[in-house]
Structure formats: structure tokens, C-alpha cells
Design a binder for this molecule. Structure first.
Ligand SMILES: Nc1ncnc2c1ncn2[C@@H]1O[C@H](COP(=O)(O)OP(=O)(O)OP(=O)(O)O)[C@@H](O)[C@H]1O
Ligand SMILES: [Mg+2]
Length: 347
């Protein structure tokens, strides 16, 4: 397999919160191959947004970030602000959860789109930049794309702004696209159009994608791999087929509880949200000593879960080392094999 576009290793983020200092992201490791889509799922507050903001130096100054995140051979976590800004404009495209944070309220949409195109010499001049910008807006399904060029962000609806942000993120043909709930607020037809657009970009430019979403239908439709986060940790990862068909962590099993069918992603199809699990996630300032999911876990498959953090272990191996056998290992942070022990656990 070719070199990953992004390799994240042991990413940790500690921040001061209202309730004290807390480890918001706790040892996250994953990689994204060219053309591959990795979906990140997990309940609200599990650290999904913080984990990707950390990669691009977008967290508040007080955040302490450690680990490595190698993009095209260089560690993003060790770059200076200037270099990071260059990477954000050329190489990595990012769509934030809140579109207003990435739009400048005092510049027209056209200006914000053409600036990047001109700065990175993707067009020969202003006229071509405007043409290209209008095309990008048409691609994301914005009505009257030409007219939109001369408007300011506040003159557009939330969904339109979101599409503008997506257009900007895609405008540089990025090697890596990080999308945080990018299509959650959009209606299904527009969402389908944008997912197609991203797929086309991936075909043409081998773009690696990290896609954060609550929508399991989208995960099934676009992702190659999925990473399940809980309490700042990865509790399970693997191919979408492995994780959806044989979820091995009780948290993942809970999330997928009522998932109707895999590959039922036709445009206009029903959206499937993550299933609500009884109880609430622990605040990051007060994580349990063992498995982060222990207090809510209906299975409690092993007594060690209460006192020790279970490491990510290859599913289906008695004492796996997490590297698995195939190209993409299926791993879960459990002390027991949920599939093998299904008969005993909870019986
Ligand atoms: N700037 C900040 N300062 C302090 N704590 C923060 C900050 N941003 C986020 N947090 C905390 O970090 C934790 C993870 O937040 P994050 O936004 O990453 O969650 P998320 O998984 O993206 O949730 P959602 O699905 O709601 O978007 C939360 O407990 C949140 O309160
Ligand atoms: Mg978020």
C-alpha cells in the first residue's frame, strides 16, 4: 500500500476546562492512505473536533498537544504557525463544524474563494479566479453561484454558508480533507451531491479524507474505515464492514444497536443517527480509572475493565498485539473477545 497521507500517533490533548485541567484526547493513533476515507464517530463531547483541530494548530493557546501527526513526511504538531498556515491553505482542506468560524464576515464570498486560488497560482488571473470560484459554488449546489460571489457571509443561510466553506476547502485540490460534521445541517439531496463531489475529488487527486459525522448512513456510504471515539479515546477501529457487522466493543454495539442495513445509502434515503445509550459520558475531568465506558457498560465482560484501561487489541485473536493479520486490522479496547465470549458475557 502507498505511504499514508497522514499518520497520527499517540495524539494527546490536555486543556483547562471550567472543572479543571483534563485530558480531552487520550492517545489517538490512526493513518489515512491516499484516496481513503476514515470516518470518526462517537457521542457529543468525545473529543472528535478537538482531535482534528489539534492537527492544524487551531486550539486555544492553553491547549497542550503531544504525539506526532505526519503529513507528507512532516510533523504538523511541530510546525510553526506560518508553516501551518501554508499547509492549511495548500495541502489540507478543512471544513469546521461551525461554518462562521472559517468565513471572514467582512469579505465577500468571491474574495474568500479567489484569494486562495490566486495565492497558490491555481489560476492565471482575477478573471479566471472568478470563473473558477463560480464553478466551485455551482459544484456544491449553491443557487445563483455568480450572484453569491458578491455577497457577504451574513447574507447567506446557514446551509449556504456551509456549502461555501466546503467549496473553499475543496478549491485547493487538497491531499487531505478534514470534514467535521460538514453535511449534517444540509438536506439529503445537497448532502448526496457533496458526497459525490468529494468522491470525485478523491478519484482525481487521491485525496485522503477524515470525515467526522453522527450519520451512520454516511459512514456506510462513503467510509473505508471507521474509528469509534469515546471519552477522548479510540475504543474500536477497523474497516466499515468489520466494525458494522461485528462490533466488538460494547460501546460500538450500543451505538449500532438499531442500525437497519449497511449499504442502504441511496440519495434521499433515511438518515440514521447514532443510537442513544443510557446514561451520559463522563466529564473529561473525571474519567474512570479503567475502561472509559465502564460506568455505562451493559456488558462488563471482564473485572479488569473496572480498574485498568483496556488496550486496543486485534479482534478475534486471543492475545492480539493490535496489528492484526490483514491490511486493515479490526481492533477494540476490550480485555475479552466479545464475539468469542458472547455466550458467557451477560448470560
Ligand atoms: N476550547 C476548549 N476549552 C476547554 N475545553 C474544551 C474546548 N473545546 C472543547 N472542549 C471540551 O473537550 C471535550 C471534547 O469536545 P469536542 O468538541 O472535541 O467534542 P466532539 O466529539 O466534537 O462533540 P460534538 O459531537 O458535540 O461535536 C468536551 O468535553 C468539551 O467541553
Ligand atoms: Mg465536534
Amino acid at each position: 500500500m502507498s505511504e499514508p497521507v497522514l499518520t497520527v500517533q499517540d495524539l494527546r490533548v490536555r486543556m483547562d476546562t471550567a472543572r479543571g485541567s483534563a485530558e480531552i484526547v487520550n492517545g489517538l493513533s490512526y493513518s489515512v492512505a491516499p484516496g481513503e476515507t476514515v470516518a470518526v464517530v462517537g457521542e457529543s463531547g468525545s473529543g472528535k473536533s478537538v482531535s482534528v483541530m489539534a492537527l492544524l494548530g487551531l486550539l486555544p493557546k492553553q491547549a497542550r498537544v503531544s504525539g506526532t501527526a505526519v503529513f507528507r513526511g512532516r510533523d504538523l504538531l511541530r510546525m510553526r504557525e506560518r508553516e501551518l498556515r501554508a499547509v492549511r491553505g495548500d495541502g489540507v482542506g478543512m471544513v469546521f463544524q461551525d461554518p462562521m468560524t472559517s468565513l471572514n464576515p467582512v469579505l465577500t464570498i468571491g474574495r474568500q474563494l479567489t484569494e486562495g486560488l490566486l495565492a497558490h497560482r491555481r489560476v492565471s488571473g482575477k478573471k479566471e479566479a472568478r470563473e473558477r470560484a463560480a464553478q466551485l459554488l455551482a459544484d456544491v449546489g449553491l443557487p445563483d453561484p455568480r450572484g453569491a460571489l458578491d455577497r457577504f457571509p451574513h447574507e447567506l443561510s446557514g446551509g449556504m454558508r456551509q456549502r461555501v466553506v466546503i467549496a473553499i476547502a475543496l478549491s485547493g485540490d487538497p491531499a487531505l480533507l478534514i470534514a467535521d460534521e460538514a453535511t449534517t445541517a444540509l438536506d439529503v439531496t445537497v448532502q448526496a451531491q457533496i458526497l459525490d463531489l468529494v468522491a470525485r475529488l478523491q478519484d482525481e487527486h487521491d485525496t485522503g479524507v477524515v470525515w467526522i459525522t453522527h450519520d451512520l448512513g454516511v459512514v456506510a456510504g462513503i467510509a473505508d474505515r471507521v474509528l469509534v471515539m469515546y471519552g477522548g479515546r479510540c475504543v474500536e477501529d477497523g474497516t466499515v464492514d468489520d466494525v458494522f457487522e461485528r462490533p466488538a466493543h460494547p460501546y460500538t454495539q450500543g451505538l449500532l444497536g438499531s442500525l437497519p442495513q449497511l449499504h442502504d445509502d441511496e440519495p434521499g434515503g433515511r438518515r440514521r443517527e447514532l443510537v442513544a445509550i443510557g446514561g451520559t459520558p463522563p466529564p473529561p475531568t473525571d474519567l474512570p480509572p479503567g475502561c472509559v465506558f465502564w460506568p455505562r457498560c451493559p456488558v462488563r465482560g471482564h473485572e479488569r475493565c473496572a480498574t485498568e484501561q483496556p488496550p486496543l487489541t486485534a479482534v478475534g485473536t486471543a492475545a492480539g498485539d493490535g496489528s492484526g493479520g490483514g491490511d486493515v486490522p479490526h481492533r477494540a479496547a476490550t480485555f475479552y473477545d466479545a464475539a468469542r465470549d458472547a455466550g458467557e458475557v451477560g448470560a
